[in-house]
Design a binder for this molecule. Sequence first.
Ligand code: NI
Length: 211
Amino acid sequence: MPGKLRYAARSRRRGRRALAVGGGLVAALLLVASGLLWLTGAPGDRSGGQAAIGGPFKLVAGDGRVVTDRSFPGKYLLIYFGYTGCRDVCPATLNGVAGALDRLGAKAALVQPLFITIDPARDTPAVLQRYTGGFSPLLLGLTGSAAELRKVADEFKVSFVVHREEGERAGYTLDHSSVIYLIGPDGRFVAPIPADASDVEMAEFIGRSVS
Ligand code: NI
C-alpha cells in the first residue's frame, strides 16, 4: 500500500540524513521531505492537496512531436521533473523508473513515463531524446519555453533553484524537488511516488494503482 512505500522511503531518508555532513544536502533532503509531506497531507485527508496537483500542458517531445496532457488517451502518466545535466538524483530516479517499467510486464503498456525538463536552455529535444533513450525506449522527454515549463512546474508544485558554479564559465546546476507523479487517465492526480523508492517498490506501487 502507499503507506508502506512512504515508510520505506522515509526510513532511507532518515539514514541518509544521519550521514549528511553538508548543509546543502540536508537542505535538499528537507526540501524533498517537506514536498512529500505537503503532497501526501494528513492521514485520511484524500482531497486537500491532491486535487490541486497537475494540470494541462503542451510541450515538445524529444522526437519533435507536440505532446499535451491529452496525447495518451486511456493511459496513466508517470511524470518526473529534472534535467539531463543532473549528476545523481535524476539518473538514479530514471533508472528506478526504467527498472519498474521492466518489472511491470504487460501493465507497462498502461503507463506513459514522461521526463519534463526544468532546463530548457540546455535540454533541447535532441538532447532529451538521447538522454531518455539511455534509460528506457518508453521514456519520453518533454521541453518547451522557460515560461511554459515554469507554468507546468507550478501546476505540479515542483520547485527548482539555479546555482551558479564558481570557476566554470556559464556553469550552473539546479536544485529541484524530486517526486514522481502518477496521473490517472482522467487527468487526476493519483499519488506521489518517492523518487528514491527502489524499482521493485515503484513497480509494486504502480502495478497496484493502474488497471
Ligand atoms: Ni535532478
